[in-house]
Design a protein around this ligand. Structure first.
Ligand code: AMP
Length: 423
């Protein structure tokens, strides 16, 4: 299968070739013809599958062939959950559409609204937006959605998780009834099904990869470690493993800041991105990371959602996520495009309860590797862990199963001590 066979026009084929793409990904092979035909599409696909090109290419073609609108009001609206994803989609749309005369722009919060207003006033064909800022423009009367022909909900599951359903419903009311709808989601919750039923008309249902496919390509390991020792262990892993680039997830924004500061003090270039940072700071941190100026990007789930970072060999769960599916999203940042990936989880005693739902979702256990000097018994001595357990009225637990990870750096003491914990 080639891009030519999908029915794309020469100017798009040139742009695709310039990107170095030779073979369409599965979602592209299925979605591009359906979208070109004008059909609604439900795409079950996560970031990393090539889904952006799967919708952007046929949209560019359809709009380009229909000719310019006189009003130059947006004819395609792409809604995305985060600023980073919106920016990324906007970049791809601009790149793929570089040989066409269509205009596109991106609007999201956290940056000045006036430059966005200027661009909207000059006219755009494709508007990529986060829901909140789009509604700000609606309220100010600086965008008119009455001529939208194509609506894309990208990472719809995440938009629902983030509580955007009311914003989305408000936006839907502003769109013409007759339009093409494309919805992409990595997961199928009941909420997503309801939205799909309401929104899509006889859609092409395309599902390209089970949601844990990305996870299968990634070597995963759990290192049990005390809460306070986590950052020391991380610095050791980075230094001893000569890690050049790693994305590290923390549960909280403060945790991300504290960890980045600690790593910097330990001589490891690090930056943090999360929702409290200004958009300029987030963009700068991401650019520095992509350029290799900082080795470690510390991020919260929401800030990192949808990030497309080439050649990312390591993902670290500094804290395990509360929602098992976030684990899949996190480790899906690595092991992309045939590259090998390595996902490390630093798990303190109080986080073990979070492992079980993750492993259920994966359908397998994650190997446990206890690193000398960072054993679970160290975790038990850890003051913070004790405080945490006392507060919850629980005894500290440990890893119950036999370690199935690599043979090196292992201490048996810890596994024996901790054989009592329920799993
Ligand atoms: P996405 O899932 O849209 O975030 O895309 C993930 C990555 O795959 C991006 O870096 C794209 O540049 C890349 N990509 C998209 N389509 C192809 C393709 N057909 N061949 C190779 N790389 C691709």
């Amino acid at each position: 299968m080639s891009f030519e066979q999908l029915g794309l026009m020469p100017r798009l084929l040139q742009a695709v070739a310039a990107q170095g793409y030779t073979i369409p990904t599965p979602i592209q092979a299925q979605a591009i013809p359906a979208i070109l035909e004008g059909r609604d599409v439900m795409g079950g696909a996560q970031t990393g599958t090539g889904k952006t090109a799967a919708f952007a290419l046929p949209i560019l073609q359809n709009l380009s062939q229909r000719g310019r609108s006189k009003s130059r009001r947006p004819r395609c609206l792409v809604l995305a959950p985060t600023r980073e994803l919106a920016a990324q989609v906007g970049e791809f749309v601009a790149t793929y559409g570089k040989n066409l005369t269509l205009r596109s722009t991106v609007v999201f919060g956290g940056v000045g609204i006036n430059p966005q207003i200027d661009k909207l006033r000059r006219g755009v064909d494709i508007l990529v937006a986060t829901p909140g800022r789009l509604l700000d423009h609606v309220v100010q009367g600086t965008v008119d959605l009455s001529e939208v022909e194509i609506l894309v909900l990208d990472e719809a599951d995440r938009m629902l998780d983030m509580g955007f359903i009311h914003d989305i419903k408000r936006v839907l009311k502003l769109l013409p009834k007759k339009r093409q709808n494309l919805l992409f989601s990595a997961t199928y919750s009941d909420e997503i099904k309801r939205l799909t039923d309401k929104l899509l008309d006889n859609p092409a249902m395309i599902e390209v990869a089970r949601r844990n496919t990305a996870a299968e390509k990634v070597a995963q390991v759990v290192h049990p470690v005390g809460l306070k020792a986590k950052r020391v262990l991380l610095a050791q892993l980075v230094k001893e493993g000569n890690w050049e680039r790693a994305l590290v997830f923390t549960r909280t924004k403060h945790g991300a800041n504290r960890l980045a500061t600690y790593l910097e003090k330990s001589g490891i270039g690090a930056a943090a991105i999360h929702g409290n940072k200004s958009q300029t700071a987030r963009t700068r941190a991401l650019a520095e990371f992509k350029a290799g100026k900082v080795k470690i990007l510390v991020a919260t789930d929401i800030a990192a959602r949808g990030l497309d970072i080439d050649k990312l060999p390591h993902v670290v769960n500094f804290d395990l996520p509360n929602v098992a599916e976030d684990y899949i999203h996190r480790i899906g940042r690595t092991g992309r495009a045939g590259c090998s990936g390595n996902a490390v989880s630093l798990v303190s005693a109080d986080e073990q309860k979070l492992l079980r739902p993750i492993e259920r979702l994966l359908g397998k256990q994650i190997p446990v590797d206890i690193i000398d000097g960072f054993e679970q018994n160290q975790a038990d001595k850890d003051e913070e862990t004790f405080v945490d357990f006392r507060r919850k009225g629980k005894k500290s637990g440990g890893f119950s199963r036999s370690q199935s990870g690599g043979a090196s750096r292992r201490s048996n003491v810890a596994s024996n001590r901790n054989a009592l914990a329920p799993r």
